[in-house]
Design a protein around this ligand. Structure first.
Ligand code: ATP
Ligand code: MG
Length: 179
């Protein structure tokens, strides 16, 4: 379903970098410090991650390329992810869904869905119930398996609700009840 990831100025990726995912398993290999985890951070970030700490930074602008011995820092980080949506698994009526997130040095930023300015909530809505959103189980970070095993019954229930696609209806119900 994930078909492409494009990074510009995100962490160590100063130059525009494009990764194409073909069906099957994709492995990212490289020496220590070459940016493998940064690719995973980019996917987490584009799915709406709001915690700079979980992206291994102090503040959100830390994801912007901060320069190297041969290159000056940049003012913006941009990540675009493309999903194949032929089966309409995401809540958008288009064959392809492209989500872009940008952040600037002052910490402000924006989201685009298929080129249209959007809110973080719209991004979350698209992925809710697919298991792909931030906090979902699509990205299993180090230590997370243990966390799931240690989780309270309530937390574990939430994980199963998300996996079964129930959480999207619960969120809609709660939204309706608040109105
Ligand atoms: P390992 O095999 O040790 O896990 P890795 O391939 O996962 O390594 P990453 O953690 O993805 O490596 O990359 C770390 C590198 O990214 C470091 O060299 C760090 O300096 C660089 N880096 C992180 N944030 C930025 C930034 N904002 N600007 C420039 N470089 C950055
Ligand atoms: Mg790593």
């Amino acid at each position: 379903m994930l078909s492409r990831l494009e990074l510009v100025g995100f962490k160590s990726f100063a130059d525009k970098t494009r990764l194409d995912f073909s069906p099957g398993v994709t492995a990212v290999v490289g020496p220590n410090g070459s940016g493998k985890s940064n690719v995973v951070d980019a996917v987490r970030w584009i799915l709406g991650e709001q915690s700079a700490k979980s992206l291994r930074g102090g503040e959100m602008a830390d994801v912007i390329f901060n320069g190297s011995s041969s290159r000056k820092s940049l003012g913006m980080a941009e990540v675009t992810v493309t999903f194949d949506n032929a089966r309409r698994l995401l809540g958008v009526d288009a064959d392809e869904v492209q989500v872009t997130r940008r952040v600037y040095r002052d910490g402000t930023g924006e989201y685009l869905i298929n080129g249209m300015m959007s809110r973080l909530k719209d991004i979350k809505d698209i992925f809710l119930g697919t298991g792909a959103g931030s906090g979902g189980y699509t990205i299993i970070a180090q230590g997370r398996v243990d966390e799931l095993l240690q989780a309270s019954t309530k937390d574990r229930r939430e994980i199963f609700d998300e996996a079964a696609g129930i959480s999207r209806f619960k969120a809609k119900k709660n939204e309706a009840l608040r109105k």
